[in-house]
Design a protein around this ligand. Structure first.
Ligand SMILES: Cc1cc2nc3c(=O)[nH]c(=O)nc-3n(C[C@H](O)[C@H](O)[C@H](O)COP(=O)(O)OP(=O)(O)OC[C@H]3O[C@@H](n4cnc5c(N)ncnc54)[C@H](O)[C@@H]3O)c2cc1C
Length: 440
């Protein structure tokens, strides 16, 4: 969990302070100086909004790259000769987020900088959202389209179709309560507490845990298993409101792939920030930031990077039509599920011609993963088709905090009392709503 320290004064007041007290002299007051710590999606989004509002913004990032969790590594095909006239495409591995939720958040953000996101980040809807496969070969595609989803549920669990759509409707109602609060302007003194109180009330009045809601709505153990896996992946809180809302968000707003890879979001946010005059310094901790800032924004997600939780990256010769964009292979009772991200099923630009890029998240060793993909996944010849297996090094984070000179506005992890809704859109929303009033 992050924390929230009360600023000495409200950021908005700070940003308007000088302009309210304009001296009669012609010289305009200097813009407020903002130091943003952390150049992940949250930090870059905050920097863009603040710079668009006239602040002089500097971002310090302790790592050598911007984007935070958004990272990509590119590995060339080791043996294939380059086609005449240029190099073959490399394998591109996105090692962080695999899908964009709530794309309108980024549309708003780009619009704040006077740009149309569609000109810079083409997105493709992911369908099926996830494919779930059990060891006996049973397969459930969580389809994006409502009619296809209903057909799929009717084929597998006809008695749970109504319950599933009721669960989605629960999510819709929870999201209707949560969404305005996430985007609303608030400051450390009052509104965050108000939001927390409201959310607590909502939750207290409706019971706490998602598992109980799920048990009431769905009777099939396998459908419950699939839903639990899905919501657990995007929201670690176990809270019924946010988990049901996540299910609704995925169904209603869709999950999206950014053509060229998720990492392009970070590239584009950096480009816009620099265009607005934001100074971005990598390999810097806040105590190396130089002169005092008027406001310091901490956009530093806490906790160890999850890449260390086990990602096996595989560049595969030939195509894998058995896979879709997101796949989950459930194990026998004593074996954990493995999640296989195969973005080349949606976007062939992420691998050399006729190849696939796979990122497998599992708590298993690489050889065990390949065995499971061979048996449960039907990729029997996978082992001999692997051409690259890059290892991504995660730079250690010294977790330095800013010096005492700054009046710090601490942006917590993107949560509302929950622990880890893994949504970049939330980072982008919260980072800015802590500082600026919502745009109409
Ligand atoms: C494996 C994985 C898969 C995910 N999948 C998805 C997904 O599919 N869809 C989705 O929407 N979300 C997903 N998420 C979550 C998403 O990545 C996060 O919600 C989002 O990236 C958080 O952005 P952030 O800017 O808040 O934090 P971060 O991305 O963590 O950025 C924080 C930055 O601050 C820097 N920093 C920290 N401390 C300091 C310091 N003291 N000084 C200077 N710099 C500092 C860090 O180096 C980092 O660059 C996933 C996350 C992971 C790890």
């Amino acid at each position: 969990m992050g924390c929230y320290h009360a600023p000495k004064w409200r950021a908005k007041e700070l940003l308007t302070k000088n302009t309210n007290n304009l001296p009669t002299a012609a010289a305009p007051p200097p813009p407020p100086r903002v130091l943003v710590v952390g150049a992940g999606v949250g930090g870059l989004a905050a920097a863009i909004r603040l710079a668009a509002d006239g602040a002089a913004v500097r971002v310090v990032e302790e790592r050598s790259h911007v984007g935070g969790n958004l990272r990509q590594c590119a590995v060339p095909h080791p043996v294939r000769p380059s086609p005449a006239g240029g190099e073959d495409r490399p394998f591109r591995f996105d090692t962080g987020p695999t899908a964009l939720a709530l794309p309108y958040v980024f549309m708003d953000l780009f619009a704040a900088a006077g740009e149309d996101v569609r000109d810079h980040l083409p997105i493709v809807q992911i369908d099926p959202i996830v494919r779930y496969v059990w060891p006996d070969g049973m397969r459930f595609d969580f389809r994006a389209d409502q009619r296809n989803l209903r057909d799929e549920l009717t084929r597998l669990w006809p008695h749970d179709v109504d319950g599933f759509f009721r669960l989605l409707d629960d999510g819709r109602r929870f999201w209707a309560q949560l969404e305005p609060q996430i985007g609303m302007p608030h400051d450390a003194d009052g509104a965050v507490q108000t939001v927390r109180r409201l959310v607590s009330l909502v939750r207290a009045g409706q019971g706490a845990r998602f598992s109980r809601l799920l048990a009431r709505r769905i009777s099939s153990p396998r459908l419950r298993e699939a839903i639990n896996h899905f919501v657990g992946n995007v929201d670690a809180s176990a809270d019924r409101a946010s988990r049901a809302a996540m299910l609704w968000i995925a169904h209603y707003h869709g999950l999206w792939h950014i053509t060229g890879g998720m990492h392009r979001l970070a590239e584009q946010l950096e480009r816009i920030a620099r265009k607005l005059g934001v100074q971005i310094d990598t390999n810097r901790s806040p105590d190396m930031a130089g002169p005092d800032a008027d406001v310091t924004v901490l956009a530093t997600e806490s906790g160890p990077p999850r890449e260390s939780g086990g990602a096996v990256m595989l560049g595969i010769e030939g195509l894998c039509p058995q896979l879709v964009h997101h796949n989950v292979f459930f194990g026998e009772p004593d074996r954990p599920a493995i999640a296989v991200y195969a973005p080349t099923r949606t976007d062939s630009s992420l691998a050399p011609e006729g190849c696939e890029t796979l990122v497998v998240r599992a708590t298993l060793r690489g050889d065990q993963v390949v065995d499971i993909l061979g048996t449960t996944g039907g990729l029997t010849d996978l082992r001999r088709r692997i051409v690259v297996t890059p290892q991504v090094r995660v730079e250690p984070s010294p977790r330095a905090m800013p010096g005492p000179r700054a009046n710090a506005i601490v942006i917590p992890r993107p949560d509302l009392d929950s622990e880890d809704p893994a949504l970049m859109a939330f980072s982008a929303l919260r980072a800015t709503s802590d500082l600026l009033p919502r745009r109409s």
